[in-house]
Design a protein around this ligand. Sequence first.
Ligand code: ADP
Ligand code: MG
Length: 324
Amino acid sequence: MKLIVERLVKQFDDFSFEASFQADIGSFITLLGPSGGGKTTALQLISGLIPPDSGHIHFGDIELSRLEPWKRDIGFVFQDYALFPHMSVEENVAYGLQQRQGARQKKEEITDRVSQMLTLVGLEGFEKRKPETLSGGERQRVALARAIAPDPRLLLFDEPLSALDAPLRSRLREEIRELQKKLGITTIYVTHDRDEALSMSDLIVIMNEGRVIEQGAPRTLYRKPATLFTARFLGEGSTITREGKKSFFRPENATLLLEPEDSALRGKMKSLRYLGGRALATIILADKTEISAMVPEQRIDDFEEHKGKPVWVRIDKETLIRVS
Ligand code: ADP
Ligand code: MG
């Protein structure tokens, strides 16, 4: 069973959006790309917040694009939490349930479901608190509980962790991913953060300027990107021309040498930037191309006083990527 976004088109005054991608039902899909790339637009089209000009969204054998937005069974988590400030935590979480079930759902059932959801996101005991008394991370957990409470078929996240500090962000990444796996909810997660995309996703869809650049599993996209855009967006790297063709390599696939070696590139060391546990060396080749190589901690001493001096760079042939 697949989620298929098929030639979904939306034309704004000065922005044209057209996207297609597909993924397995139950998987964690990340839309990754720079700001203004159309990621939020994609989520709004999928959820029905804005109508597409054309295109289809198939969820297994259901065509979501034919359903009214409120019948699509979609949970949405935003960057700014979008909690109701006058409602308590439990009222916020119950809100989606009441909306969906109408008056038919028994009060006790809602209460049970709410406390089950709060346990799931680690917020037992927070029932009566108001959003303003919560930290950013706690608010985002409430938003998550509210989104999953009605048991949606599809969960959408729009940069949910961007407002949080780094350690909390990395903890919540793991929590969200674990929860998603446990519940098996098909998830589309929007971010501009490559680490987030690489660490959480089954599938990454790279977006830029309203288009899908390419899609693939994190390790495949990182190691074998088809485009220079993807290669650069997913991590550091350098481009060299070989036999008239552009090739890209990652700094961890380049070894810095003090002596010449067959087929190693000769250059001058421009700088060495310490990154903790490793350093990134920048080398200028004879044709003025700048490339970078990773130097492991135990070899940094060899190159520390080496600025302006000749070095050689050995690049693993198998890791050279032909890019367009
Ligand atoms: P991202 O989420 O990747 O940063 P967005 O989808 O928010 O990108 O925006 C992509 C482009 O679409 C932007 O240039 C934005 O101005 C434009 N855009 C988004 N929504 C609207 C709208 N309702 N009307 C006109 N232009 C819009
Ligand atoms: Mg956005």
